[in-house]
Design a protein around this ligand. Structure first.
Ligand code: PMP
Ligand code: GLU
Length: 404
């Protein structure tokens, strides 16, 4: 008999050094506890709780019946790339051609493609913090050096032009941010983006990756794109996708709009890794765009109501300090007030301990802020029902009251 125990599995340094996605890890822990029979409320995962709109599902069924079962062109079906060009004109007043668009298996792959295609070992990548979990790890996979720059709570967690200026060195290759931001919910205004663009104008070796995946979940002024500044446009890679606005997380469709050389590089990259995105999902994404932003606006109205509900309940909890998020579906309070407090002989040292305590005492899954480069904070995803949100906040308040 072959002894499987005898195999010495030595994994690559690359994968050994890679951190697991904390958003996914916490969601998994929550599900495991739920499977053991505990009534867990999962506010950890950043995923719309809505079904994909029916007209999109119908288009996918039709795609199967119409025989769209073959490999797709690597950067996406031509009509989908054209529809994305039309969307960028309609919503963002940006002029692109299909050759500038690459459709990928989720915006996550779009981001990985861009970083792999631009960053050389040792290049610095300025990452606005708090940042989305995967940015830093993707940069490290490319052997780049992440340079987190932290926005302050007083400035709505938004990095200022002065902070950006200070962070740029001759080694800086790329700047990355999301707006609306996961995890802070902050949204850059057009004026704020212009101030950042003016700094970047002076550094022609620096590219910008603007992650606009939460574009349609925006409660404030009209969404602004940094690619809208002509003098910078060729150095901006706009990332967007269908997961959030159209509630299509499982379909896995994202895209970039970029200079055609960057687009061809990303095309080449994914030709060796995944090939073109799923044919059926692309047909569904095409249909989604034909429907414009109406379904997204309907969902955004629910997110806004839930945001206000949770913010209201959060005010009743001592020690939570937060900004008022203007987009996405997250609230990211500073919870450091609780560090050093104890219960049953166990001291809460940091936000990870607090998230574990709330998972095991209140049965509410949240994600600790260190995963987002902000160790004093904790992330709430409020993309769930009002009833669950009310119950979760009640349990959290009771559990925190036990800490001395
Ligand atoms: N960017 C941000 C800021 C996100 O929150 C997400 C959500 N997972 C993504 C990119 C990736 O989205 P997807 O791969 O589902 O398109
Ligand atoms: N974007 C979501 C989140 O931040 C999904 C999880 C992930 O892809 O990491 O929770």
């Amino acid at each position: 008999m072959y002894d499987t125990e005898a195999v010495n599995i030595v994994l690559s340094d690359r994968i050994t050094a890679l951190a697991e996605s904390q958003t996914i890890a916490m969601a998994k822990k929550g599900r495991e506890l739920a499977a053991q029979g505990f009534d867990v409320i999962n506010l950890s995962f950043g995923e719309p709780d809505f079904q994909t709109p029916q007209y999109i599902k119908d288009a996918a069924k039709k795609a199967i019946d119409d025989g769209f079962t073959f490999y797709t062109p690597v950067p996406g079906y031509p009509e989908l790339r054209q529809a994305i060009v039309d969307k960028l004109k309609r919503d963002n007043n940006l002029d692109y051609k299909p050759e500038n668009i690459v459709v990928s298996t989720g915006a996550k792959q779009s981001i990985a493609n861009v970083v792999m295609c631009l960053v050389n070992p040792g290049d610095e990548v300025v990452v606005f913090a708090p940042y989305w979990v995967s940015y830093e790890e993707i940069v490290k996979l490319a052997e780049g050096v992440p340079v987190p720059v932290m926005g302050t709570l007083e400035n709505d967690y938004k990095v200022t032009a002065e902070q950006l200026e200070k962070a740029i060195t001759p080694k800086t290759k790329l700047v990355m941010y999301s707006s609306p931001c996961n995890p802070s919910g902050s949204v850059f205004s057009k004026d704020e983006l212009e101030a950042l663009a003016k700094v970047l104008e002076k550094h022609p070796q620096v590219f910008v990756m603007a992650d606009e995946i939460y574009e349609y979940i925006n409660f404030g002024e009209k969404h602004a794109s940094i690619a809208g500044f002509d003098y910078l446009k060729d150095r901006v890679i706009t990332v967007n996708g269908f997961s959030k606005g159209y509630a299509m997380t499982g379909w896995r469709v994202g895209y970039i709009a970029a200079h055609k050389e960057i687009a061809s590089a990303c095309d080449k990259m994914q030709s060796q890794i995944t090939s073109g995105t799923c044919s059926i999902a692309q047909k569904a994404a095409y249909a989604a765009l034909q429907g414009g932003s109406a379904s997204a606006e309907e969902m955004a109205a629910h997110y806004l109501r839930r945001r206000d509900l949770v913010l209201g309940l959060m005010k009743e909890i001592p020690g939570f300090k937060t900004n008022v998020p203007n987009g996405a579906f997250y609230i990211f309070p500073d919870v450091s007030y609780y560090f050093g407090k104890s219960v049953n002989g166990k001291t809460i040292k940091d936000s990870f301990d607090l998230s574990m305590y709330l998972l095991t005492d209140a049965y509410v899954a949240l994600v600790s802020g260190d995963a987002f480069g902000a160790p004093n904070c904790i992330r709430f995803s409020y993309a769930t029902s009002d009833e669950k949100l009310v119950e979760a906040m009640k349990r959290i308040k009771e559990s925190l009251a036990k800490l001395q």
